[in-house]
Design a protein around this ligand. Structure first.
Ligand code: HEC
Length: 235
């Protein structure tokens, strides 16, 4: 009897161990390998949407401006400045964008309910990005693209960077600090007095930008520096 029991226990342990092994990797939706730089993040897979690199900057610049969903304002109790605060709203149901308030407000047809409130708006591509992220499991995922400092034209690198990280707060007549980053001319104007570079590199005397969420990466700052050193062309 005792022997049978211990065999059973052994068998179960074996099964458990076996099961845990066959379930590696733990993350079935994001099966791309850990990168070789050893910092634990993943090599960017073009078919995966990454929260840290793509979704958070977009949400911070489109929703977490002062007066809206930053920690101080928290309109309707909603704070959208980090993975935890975004998931704590209960407005994201992993795998179910059509059940997720965070996505529904973006495609809302009622002008009083759509987010961000007009005249601000997200592009179709930005809305799709958030939808895909929710469909893929709404994870707090991150990836390492490697730094391509040979790529720093305005159209390929600088403009998309501004679009993703800054334009939500810095466009049109209501732009924060009158800094308009939705055009080449606007970005060039913001370079004067070292304002833009001072802000993104968190120098003393400048407001640190973006004000919440992730800052620009060292690679992005290097790309900006190289573009500025090349004369900030509209290329
Ligand atoms: C969530 C809204 C928000 C986002 C996102 C944001 N900004 Fe700002 N920005 C502000 C506000 C508000 C101010 C005014 C802050 C102040 O004066 O304290 C400001 C000020 C600035 C200034 C003037 C700084 C100074 O000290 O003169 C620059 C330049 C700037 N932002 C650039 C950027 C850039 C570049 C990005 C993207 C990388 C960005 N901002 C992202 C809200 C934002």
């Amino acid at each position: 009897m005792r022997q049978t029991l211990s065999y059973t226990i052994l068998l179960c342990t074996g099964l458990l161990l076996g099961t845990s092994c066959t379930h590696e990797p733990l993350n079935p939706i994001d099966p791309n390998p850990i990168d070789t730089t050893g910092n634990g993040s993943r090599v960017c897979d073009p078919d995966t949407v990454y929260f840290q690199q793509e979704v958070l900057p977009l949400i911070v610049s489109s929703c977490a401006m002062s007066g809206c969903h930053d920690a101080a304002s928290a309109q309707e109790g909603v704070v959208l400045t980090s993975y935890t605060s975004i998931m704590n709203t209960g407005d994201v149901k992993a795998g179910q964008p059509n059940n997720s308030e965070l996505y529904e407000v973006l495609v809302e047809t009622n002008p009083n309910k759509i987010m961000p409130p007009p005249p601000a708006s997200l592009t179709a591509a930005q809305i799709q990005l958030i939808k895909t992220w929710i469909q893929q499991g709404a994870q707090n995922n991150s990836c390492e693209s490697g730094c391509d400092t040979t790529a720093y034209t305005f159209s390929s690198t600088i403009q998309p960077m501004m679009q993703n990280f800054c334009v939500g707060c810095h466009a049109g007549a209501t732009a924060s600090a009158y800094v308009q980053l939705d055009s080449h001319a606007g970005v060039v104007a913001a370079l004067s007095n070292n304002r833009l570079m001072g802000a993104v590199t968190h120098q003393t005397g400048y407001a640190a930008m973006p004000p919440s969420g992730n800052g620009l990466t060292d690679c992005q700052i290097r790309q900006l520096e190289l573009w500025v050193a090349a004369g900030a062309p509209n290329n």
